[in-house]
Ligand binder design. Structure first.
Ligand code: ADP
Ligand code: MG
Length: 242
């Protein structure tokens, strides 16, 4: 059984159909790169998987639990599906440690000492153990994004969704964030990431999925698909971003 199962979902905002008949299975430990033009529905798909958006047709399951079932405890499900956005959304008035431990303490009732140990552990995984007591304003954009990733890791999610997490960064800062993503992938995390970093997708995405006008237009092994796109739409897209 796939860890993430998206079965024939459709999603619209009012009259605007944004996702049409999208199906995607992601196995445990798989890294899927989601690519496509702006407006093709990538962010919406991530938000649907996370249960942030209702869908009009189809089904989504995370480890067998149906996201779009009114009886599902969405709050619990969201603990298992981490999502990191382009804007890091750290709380400016809280230290790095408090940013990371807020949710584990509130949602999982972790005692402060255990929470701080957890913060230390996840910060080590993103290479920022020395920033435990820093405040967001004292960090570079790349470091802030790494803290945001650490914060997500602290919930011990089963799958992580990354939505253009390097897009807001200056080019010289994207490398350090991509390195963290690589190491999280190597740890065996199941990941779906929207990215314009084709080099990264090629090296680390076991699979690439190209979205076009709300549908999955082409998918395959990342390296092969990006080297030899089959559809004109993917060729055009790659020519524009490479
Ligand atoms: P991508 O992430 O690939 O750029 P999005 O999923 O953000 O695409 O958007 C897909 C389409 O859905 C776009 O046409 C966008 O304008 C529309 N859309 C996204 N979010 C909303 C919303 N909250 N309300 C209405 N339309 C939206
Ligand atoms: Mg988007």
């Amino acid at each position: 059984m796939a860890l993430v199962e998206v079965q024939r979902i459709s999603k619209s905002y009012g009259a605007l159909q944004v996702l049409t008949d999208v199906s995607l299975d992601v196995a445990k430990g798989e890294v899927v790169a989601l690519i496509g033009r702006s407006g093709s529905g990538k962010s919406t798909l991530l938000r649907c998987i996370n249960g942030l958006e209702p869908i009009q047709a189809g089904a989504i399951r995370i480890d067998g639990v149906q996201v779009n079932d009114p009886t599902t405890n969405l709050r619990k499900l969201r603990q298992e599906v981490g999502i990191v956005f382009q804007s890091f959304n750290l709380f400016p008035h809280l230290s790095v440690s408090d940013n990371i431990t807020l949710a584990p303490r509130v949602v999982k009732n972790q005692p402060p000492e255990a929470a701080r140990e957890l913060a230390r552990e996840v910060l080590r995984r993103v290479g920022l153990e020395d920033k435990l007591d820093a405040f967001p304003a004292q960090l570079s954009g790349g470091q802030q994004q790494r803290v945001a990733i650490a914060r997500s890791l602290a919930m011990r999610p089963k799958v992580m969704l990354f939505d253009e997490v390097t897009s807001a960064l200056d080019p010289e800062l994207t490398g350090e964030v991509l390195k963290v993503l690589e190491s999280v992938a190597r740890e065996g995390m199941t990941m779906i990431l929207v990215t314009h970093e084709m080099g990264f997708a090629r090296r680390f995405g076991s699979r690439a999925v190209f979205m076009h006008e709300g549908r999955i237009h082409e998918e395959g092994r990342a390296a092969a698909m990006l080297a030899e796109p089959k559809t004109l739409e993917l060729q055009t897209f790659l020519n524009a971003v490479l």
